[in-house]
Design a protein around this ligand. Structure first.
Ligand SMILES: [Zn+2]
Ligand SMILES: [Zn+2]
Length: 129
């Protein structure tokens, strides 16, 4: 199998994963934090956001412990106001809205950075706000 074919299959698998997750979550995960946010948004406005950046993003493409489902508006806001939304704050949101899929241990393992780069204490600090 050629590299192109493999890549096509991978893209196809990713698209399937993405579409299924959007349908399943079915709402913008930022909505809980914002009382003015519409809870029901058309699925077509929902997007997948990868919390990991740069080369590490590739590793976490289909890792639900590293993904938020956001409407296009919140997604855009998060990217433009990144300094207000550090990784730990994004993970705290994930923990709040999808606690069963939150796993800092798994996230840190995927990230493969220095041990304790982000700790539960960091998450808790954002979770309280
Ligand atoms: Zn994003
Ligand atoms: Zn939103």
């Amino acid at each position: 199998m050629g590299r192109r074919t493999r890549k096509r299959i991978r893209n196809e698998a990713y698209r399937r994963f993405r579409d299924a997750m959007i349908v399943e979550v079915g709402r913008c995960e930022m909505a809980l934090l914002d009382p003015t946010h519409r809870v029901r948004m058309p699925l077509s406005t929902l997007q997948i956001h990868h919390i990991m950046r740069g080369t590490r993003r590739e590793r976490s493409l289909t890792e639900r412990c590293a993904i938020l489902v956001l409407c296009c508006e919140c997604h855009c806001k998060l990217h433009t106001g990144r300094k207000h939304w550090p990784e730990a704050a994004q993970l705290a949101l994930l923990k709040l809205v999808r606690p069963l899929e939150y796993s800092l241990e798994k996230y840190n393992r995927l990230f493969a950075g220095p041990a304790n780069r982000i700790t539960e204490a960091d998450i808790a600090r954002y979770g309280e706000q």
